[in-house]
Design a protein around this ligand. Structure first.
Ligand SMILES: NC(=O)c1ccc[n+]([C@@H]2O[C@H](COP(=O)([O-])OP(=O)(O)OC[C@H]3O[C@@H](n4cnc5c(N)ncnc54)[C@H](O)[C@@H]3O)[C@@H](O)[C@H]2O)c1
Length: 360
């Protein structure tokens, strides 16, 4: 059994508790922390209501005190994004494995420090880009790895969502450069991560434009458009927004190759919509039956397999499926997009250090 502590018990934290419950043979949650004590108590209740536990987990309002007093193997971090780096580094220096929410950090330098700290302390660092585990996404990845597309021409990620004033009012950190970033960094980062992962990761340059059209009460963007040129010649296009009237429209990933076309949509890229390959090895009906499933909301169902992978990575002493180096790629694209938009020019990779704070 691996003992785990949870730092940050807000909106997304129930997914972490659910993932721990669904990996109950390997993970035991021993402490919950949030400066808002009731939130930590509520997550603890979620856990103890679902499982018979020998000893009730403890509740903390200060994560350093919790780390000092309660021993554990793994820490999950689901605080405001701007706190991720500092807390993760503290935990890893204490020899804890870390599962951190996306974006892993809000500056490239912080992301690199996190990666380095994990390496130096021989601990695993895993970033919650949970949609990589969606069965349709896994199926697409297998088709790519098997070379079924032939030459990859382009990929498109469209995240066309709605977030209104009530969403931003819930937590004042949302939409600030210090703690969050705009819709690209918060909502669209999963789609951007998937696009770069499918198109080969290695980038030549990008050109981005962002703007704030409908949310004057937030600092950062509510609409962004990115064109990415990959080293293998493929072009990636991203359109991401929270301005769509009156509700979420789509989250779609499309890959176009010389011998194949795939489009995955649904609430959280969980449904294959187009599956056409020249090799004729399978049909759309077959892959739909095999992979498509429903999800309760845009968070999808990926936290549970992500936790299972982390445990396996620890046991086999291998790199987690989405480690720090992988987690950095999506956030780096978004920071480069902010710079491209501000300076009205293409940004070439590798980039210098960029911080979201540069754009205040
Ligand atoms: N993977 C996903 O699909 C997904 C979905 C939503 C949010 N997120 C990410 O999860 C993070 C949290 O988002 P949220 O919507 O749950 O935010 P939230 O504001 O609802 O929750 C954050 C919580 O962290 C707590 N906190 C702050 N500092 C703390 C500390 N030092 N120790 C313990 N707790 C602390 C806050 O009091 C708050 O309760 C963000 O980084 C966000 O980008 C990821």
């Amino acid at each position: 059994m691996y003992k785990m502590e949870l730092i940050g018990c807000g909106r997304i934290s129930y997914k972490h508790v659910q993932a721990a419950i669904e990996n109950k043979d390997k993970i035991e949650l021993v402490a919950f922390c949030d400066p808002i004590k009731e939130r930590a108590a509520e997550r603890c209740r979620q856990y103890t209501d679902a499982l018979e536990v020998d000893q009730n987990p403890l509740i903390y309002t200060n994560h350093l005190k919790m780390l000092d007093e309660i021993d554990c193997d793994i820490v999950a971090i689901a605080t405001e994004s701007g706190f991720h780096a500092e807390i993760a580094i503290e935990c890893m220096k204490r020899g804890k494995h870390v599962i951190v929410e996306k974006p892993m950090a809000l500056s490239t330098e912080d992301a690199e420090r996190m990666i380095q700290t994990a390496d130096e302390n021989h601990v695993k660092l895993c970033v919650c880009h949970q949609n990589r585990f969606n069965p349709p996404i896994q199926k697409l990845r297998q088709a790519l790895d098997a070379g079924r597309f032939g030459r990859i021409i382009a990929g498109n990620a469209r995240i066309l969502w709605n977030r209104d004033i009530n969403y931003y009012k819930q937590a004042p950190w949302r939409g600030t450069y210090e703690q969050d970033g705009g819709c690209l960094m918060n909502q669209c980062i999963h789609g951007i991560d998937l696009l770069q992962w499918m198109l080969g990761g290695e980038m030549d340059w990008l050109n981005g434009t962002v703007g704030n059209y409908m949310h004057p009460y937030i600092e950062a963007e509510d609409y962004g458009s990115i064109q990415i040129r990959f080293k293998n010649g493929a072009i990636g296009n991203v359109e991401g927004t929270v301005c769509v009237y009156p509700k979420n429209l789509e989250e779609t990933l499309t890959i176009i190759g010389e011998n194949g076309t795939v489009a995955i949509g649904g609430l959280a890229v969980n449904k294959i919509e187009t599956w056409d390959f020249a090799d004729g090895k399978d049909t759309l009906e077959q892959v739909i039956a095999e992979c498509n499933g429903d999800v309760e909301n845009v968070y999808g169902s990926g936290h549970t397999p992500l936790y299972a992978d982390m445990i396996e990575a620890i046991e086999q002493d291998r790199v987690p499926y989405i480690d720090g180096r992988e987690g950095k790629k999506g956030m780096e694209i978004i920071l480069a997009t902010y710079r491209s938009s501000q300076e009205e020019r293409r940004i070439r990779f590798p980039v210098d250090h960029i911080r979201s704070l540069d754009f205040i």
